[in-house]
Design a protein around this ligand. Sequence first.
Ligand code: UD1
Length: 465
Amino acid sequence: MKTIIYTLILLSLNTHAVCTQEFQRAFFDTNSKRLSSVVDDLALKGVGKKIVVKGPFKLSGEIKINTAKNAYLPILTSVILSDKPVHLYDLPKISDVNKLKIILSELGVTITEKGNVTTFDSSTLKTNMAVCDMVTKMRASILFLGPLIARYGAGKVALPGGCPIGARPIDLHLEGLKALGVNFEEGDDFVQGIGKFNSLVGSDISLYFPSVGATENIMSAAILAKGETIIRNAAKEPEIDDLMDFLNAMGAKISWIGDGVMKIEGVSELKEVHYRAIGDRIEAGTYVLMGLMSRSHVKISGFNPEHLGDALNVLKMMGANMKVGPDYIEVFPSQLRPVDVTTLPHPGFPTDMQAQLMALLTTVEGQSKITETLFENRFMHAEYFNKLGADITVEGNKATINGKENFVPNKVVATDLRAAAALIMMASRIEGVTEIHDVKHLFRGYSDILEKLEEQGVDIKMINE
Ligand code: UD1
């Protein structure tokens, strides 16, 4: 009975409720002109491909960092909050962004591109159900839940996929939205919610863990709720500040009122917005570590080094020879020391740099240790580093790395996005050709990485499996 009521409410709010194959086909046909500018090979880049990279190699000159994936993903899911145009500058050329553009198009958003500006017009939004195939292909699509419910009073999202790095539950997302007055129905492969009286009501919410995604979902839902919302133990990642800046530029009223305590005053209307996200700290950190690993002199620019938090302190502790500027880090060849690192929420050492740090540590004389506390299944790359000659043992969430000088070329598999980049780092110290299979993950988060490395003179090619 409850299911029937939910379905009726969702259907009544939704002119394109049924996302069947026919619906998708018809939608794509009638919108083919609009979609053709949106759907391109980028969403599928790297599928069925491998990378061959010849080492050893070094980096030099300057590498410019793109805008941040993890800043733009929640911004993109939030564009549907408003029926006014949203102009986003310099979207990174990565498959995760293009997948979200496809989902937005399927939801009815009109997307246009002019130079480096992409405009999203959600006045044409047609459905409150994000349930098509593409939704299940990426974890970030759960971030549609808050905005859909905020805009329509109800919404449905198919359950997401993403990198295979653990269970990644969504209980905190649902608890936070429930506190705003949403009732949820959960199926095996979907979650749907409806706000009491089709509206959200501000609340005082305490997260038992500072989840990035849950904080973002609650923030973007609460901006249109009636009254004030407090989020305690909110995530403090730089991308949270960036989402706050974006939503405030849209007319929201969000501020920090204490350490990890965020206040959101509900507003009833949003306005047209122009926005450019921050530089990608993880992309930058990856090239900084690649520079150190390949004993290069290279400048990584276009991001705020403070966003690296403890990662910068870890590198200093290791003896990294770096010049840190306001928007760049210049890396010099360094004699590095081993280190003992634990991944933690920001400003702690980011889990998204754990694989790259492990790659670097395989080359640092002495014994290093890494403890992974964010994701339980995020050491899958260690097996492949060992295939390349590294000496790593993993026990539970702890890895012990004994530094070495010599490595061997081999065929390896990219187990997730950051592991893919870390394997390219490994190749920088290997005499011969390293073959990296299943590289589709790489293009989820590294804009133009092959082009950037080719410009550096690296012999790297993507070919069919
Ligand atoms: C975001 C980042 C991802 C990064 C991660 C941690 C994006 C798009 N992705 O992912 O790159 O690795 O932060 O910095 O920004 N958890 C729960 N219940 C929940 C939600 C999360 O238990 O409802 C747990 C997760 O299982 C995990 C931990 O909290 O162990 C961190 O997850 P979370 O901060 O939510 O990461 P994401 O937002 O998924």
